[in-house]
Design a protein around this ligand. Sequence first.
Ligand code: AAT
Length: 287
Amino acid sequence: MKLGWFSELNSELWPGVALSLEVEEVLHSERSSFQDILVVKTLTHGKALMLDGVIQCTEKDEMSYHEMISYLPLCSHPKPQNVLIVGGGDGGVAREVAKHPDVERVTLVDIDDRVIEVCKQYLPRLSLGLNNPYVNIIVGDGFEFLNHHQGEFDVIITDSSDPIGPAENLFKHAYYQLLKSALKPGGIIASQAGTAWANLDQVCSTFQHCKAVFPVATYAVTSVPTYPTGQIGFVLGSLTEQTNFAEPMKIFSGKDLDRMSLMYYNDKVHRAAFALPRFVEKALNNA
Ligand code: AAT
């Protein structure tokens, strides 16, 4: 049955353009203390989660985002044992991080317990990451959490919503300073950083914050057809000057990739994520 269309109308972040998904059924809709939460069954993309009218993930293409934001940093660290996820209440990043053979401990801090509960109920393919015994879930603001944690984590992944709403502080310079001090020596961070097609200014300012704090900073992209402009990027930062993000330290064999049920990531895709178009390279060089 066709119910109608959902359109991602957010004129501030991507003016003049909106992705639409044909919807069969509204599975859940509520206003939490932080945001509007909507889960729908789409005609062609499985179930989808929206927060404040912005698509957070669809079952069809979530693996591109979740595998890339997880394995780009994890495979650039020599031994990522203790990992922090800020945001990520749907469980997708936790699911991926927990598959990495070196990872021993995962902490996930999401501001909204309702996102966690709703995803547990409606998006089991993602939220299976939340039920993993290695994953310790804390409900709270990521910025506040980092204020109280120093020198603890090998890798910190910020899987946050966009910079309008509860995630606003996670795109500021002060957040990058907190990230740095929460890392162990040799630590690495990766954060959702928007798309160059619609938000080149946001990409550059997030990259600038990362570069101001970390001796090595870079930007990588992946394609997510249901995100604005079909692409999203991540900033990556390392405390170690020798880190070359574009060349993975850990390379999974075909057997490993199958065992871990990876559908998008491999070492070739890892390297390719750092090949940027000229206009992006130039903008980042000037940032
Ligand atoms: N996994 C892909 C989905 C996301 S969800 C982003 C999560 O960040 C949400 O669960 C939200 O509750 C959480 N969040 C927002 N602000 C904070 C905060 N200050 N501290 C902790 N968690 C927070 C990312 C989608 C990207 C969309 C791209 N257009």
